[in-house]
Write a protein that binds this ligand. Structure first.
Ligand code: IVH
Length: 680
């Protein structure tokens, strides 16, 4: 098999496994095997830039190149559907269809109404060529690069499929509940604004300019509408079953109804059953099944006469707003929280709801004592969606106005460009920020000082024992226990815990500092890259951008933090008390590669690329990902890409073979691999 054939084979295999995993939900290989095949494919593709294919499974990880969206006119406008909210309206729709078709028999296709954002995909010759958002229905944004990262959307259809040469298929891009909750948990940890529901999260993600971000968001897509000059059947349902056989994710919940009663049964069933689905649905869609009949029924200016949406009643409760508190987090973000009379909503008592930010408070125009509607946004966060203005009387309560000053310390609040949150900038004197920083510092993933909890931290602040995290290390048993002998034991435990934390490795110390946007994973990557705080403090933005998973936002945030005088002095104090400010030297074999930045390219005989990475580090060198003037040399295996080679040559950078490299580090390298012959 030539390398080109191998690439083709790997691509087909990976497409097939992807389909089994993300569309059929029945994996056909282990994650390890999948990863190994993907690694091989990426390596071969790097060596063969001339065989690049935007629809290769390797493209699903996205790229961090800034993609500006181009507007594209839809070949067929993307209409919306008329909405109905009760059975009467459904009956009216049914009767309108019946009379429109003058007594002819008809079937209604019942489907779930997925709550995401609609997308139109164009396929030519079985390949995805374009993905466009709805936009204003006439033109939308070309988001193809982002859509390629959605694993359940096929990039290439099976070669022997009976699909038309050119067709469009439309559907809904969704963020499953699980991914939504995970994303919001992460955002809460970083004190970033939460997404109110999976639809906003899906749409925010799909419109990201960085397709790597999209890839990390775990989006899914269901397809529900096939269009084109040659469709496989006159039936909408049948067309979609065909589409399913071509590899598209089509919901199993579609049913053909012959009578109005069948439709009501479908509605009743899914009204409760939908709560068990992995994705959000907000209603059902009814469509006349025959395409010929659809044509005869035609369209109004905005929507088809052959289809309608029935919206489920969202789980919503009505209760009284008592007042609004403002919570200041460790980053200074001020979150308005509504206190309400307790009310039962979707099985739980709710008495508090996040109002997210200043703009939302303004939009809702809340007054104390208002009757408000509360809905569950996800399965977790209740939110106020509106005010029952009819219930307001002359005794209208005091208007809720977002404060101009920090409710905790009185400092004027600020807003930063492009951010919805409002901040208290007083990070050295605002108590909840100070406490929040200490609480973050001691948490399990950071310094793991388990013997301390939020109440103890509050108490130490109140007693003036600590003002920042470095003070923890000056505490003594007598400070904590005072004259109270019964507190001796717990005081000792706390001091022990604090002492133990001095062994916590540098990457977690870095996370514990609570630098904005630096989560656990980023902290680890940064610590591993720079190895110690000195190198980190001197790093340039380019140095940061070399690290996988670190982009501009993180880089700038860390650099800004490091530059501030007060942080530099905090670091000095923490170093002074003995915290780990460097990762331990890795079992170093030699210093032969010390100060060398080495790019690894191609495939090798003796060791894997990962092993070469370790070898380089063991000899004091650094493996960097792209060739630049700072590169010391390229360790080139078989099939190093032409573009890389030219770049290295243009910059006058040495290209070293595997054998030369092994000689350099003193590992015995045989020039030839033993052949079968030489073994005998
Ligand atoms: S059919 C002309 N089917 O609901 C018919 N739409 O207001 C085109 N939606 O923009 C739409 N699930 O984003 C159709 N099973 C489904 C749907 C669905 C969700 C969305 C879609 C559309 C909106 C209609």
């Amino acid at each position: 098999m030539t390398e080109a054939e191998r690439i083709e084979w790997l691509r087909a295999e990976l497409h097939r496994h992807n389909y089994s995993y993300y569309v059929l939900n029945s994996p056909t290989v282990s994650d390890r095997e999948f990863d190994a095949m993907m690694a091989e494919l990426t390596q071969l593709e790097a060596a063969h830039p001339e065989l690049r294919d935007d629809n290769s499974p390797s493209q699903r990880v996205g790229s961090d190149l800034n993609n500006e969206f181009v507007q594209v006119v839809h070949k067929y406008p993307m209409l919306s559907l008329g909405n109905t909210y009760n059975r009467e309206d459904v009956r009216d729709f049914y009767n309108r269809v019946k009379s429109g078709l003058q007594g002819e028999d008809f079937e209604i296709c019942c489907e779930l109404k997925f709550d995401g954002l609609s997308i139109s995909l164009t396929y030519e010759g079985g390949r995805l060529v374009r993905a466009v958002t709805r936009g204003d229905g006439i033109r939308g944004d070309d988001v193809t690069a982002n859509v390629r990262t959605i694993r359940s959307i096929p990039l290439r259809l099976a070669a022997d499929g009976d699909y038309p040469d050119v067709f469009e298929i439309r559907g809904e891009v969704l963020m499953p509940w699980e991914s939504f909750e995970q994303l919001n948990r992460q955002r809460a940890e970083q004190e970033e604004p939460l997404f109110a529901n999976p639809r906003n999260a899906a749409s925010g993600s799909l419109k990201s300019k960085n397709s790597q971000v999209v890839a990390s968001r775990k989006l899914d897509a269901y397809l529900y509408y096939l269009l084109g000059p040659q469709l496989p059947s006159d039936g909408h349902y049948e067309c979609l079953q065909k589409a399913k056989s071509w590899g598209f994710k089509v919901s199993d919940a579609m049913r053909l109804a012959h009578r109005l009663e069948d439709i009501f049964e479908y509605i009743d069933f899914w009204d409760s059953e939908r709560k068990r689905l992995p994705v959000a649905t907000d209603g059902i869609v009814l469509k006349v099944n025959s395409l010929a009949q659809q044509q005869r029924l035609g369209y109004t200016a905005k929507s088809p006469r052959w289809a309608i949406a029935y919206k489920f009643q969202a789980e919503r409760a009505r209760t009284r707003l008592l007042d609004v508190n403002y919570q200041v987090g460790r980053t200074g973000a001020v979150t308005p929280v509504a206190n309400m009379e307790p009310v039962l909503l979707a099985g739980t008592m709710v008495k508090r709801a996040s109002l997210h930010n200043e703009d939302i408070v303004r939009q809702l125009d809340l007054h104390k004592g208002d009757m408000v509607f509360v809905e569950k946004a996800g399965e977790i966060i209740p939110q106020i969606v509106g005010v029952d203005s009819e219930a307001r009387d002359a005794s209208l309560g005091e208007k809720i106005v977002f404060p101009k000053l920090c409710p905790e310390c009185g400092t004027p609040l600020v807003r930063y460009d492009g951010e919805a949150a409002t901040y208290c900038p007083n990070d050295t004197g605002c108590l909840p920020q100070l406490k929040g920083k200490v609480e973050h510092f001691i948490c399990r993933d950071a310094m793991n000082i388990e013997s301390l909890g939020p109440e103890t931290v509050d108490d130490y602040f109140a007693r003036g024992l600590i003002a920042d995290v470095s003070d923890l290390y000056r505490l003594t048993i007598t400070d904590l226990a005072g004259a109270d002998r019964t507190r001796l034991k717990s005081a000792k435990k706390i001091i022990d815990g604090i002492e133990q934390s001095k062994k916590v490795p540098f990457d977690r110390v870095l996370f514990a500092l609570g630098i904005r946007f630096v989560g656990k994973v980023a902290a680890k990557a940064i610590a591993r890259h720079f190895r110690n705080i000195e190198a980190l403090r001197q790093a340039s933005k380019d140095d940061f951008l070399q690290i996988e998973g670190v982009g501009e936002v993180i880089a700038e945030s860390v650099m800004r933090w490091m530059k501030e005088e007060k942080n530099a002095s905090l670091l000095e104090r923490l170093k002074g008390v003995g915290l780990q400010m460097a990762l331990p030297e890795e079992s170093k074999v030699s210093d032969k590669l010390s100060g060398k930045n080495i790019v690894i390219s191609g495939t090798f005989q003796r060791h894997s690329r990962k092993e070469y990475n370790d070898i380089i580090e063991a000899h004091g060198g650094k493996n960097v990902s792209s060739i630049s003037s700072k590169t010391s040399f390229v360790l080139a295996g078989e099939g190093m890409g032409l573009a890389k080679r030219q770049k290295a040559e243009a910059l006058g950078i040495e290209i070293m073979s595997e054998t030369e490299f092994l000689n350099l580090i003193g590992e015995e390298a045989k020039d030839e691999e033993p052949t079968l012959f030489s073994l005998f």
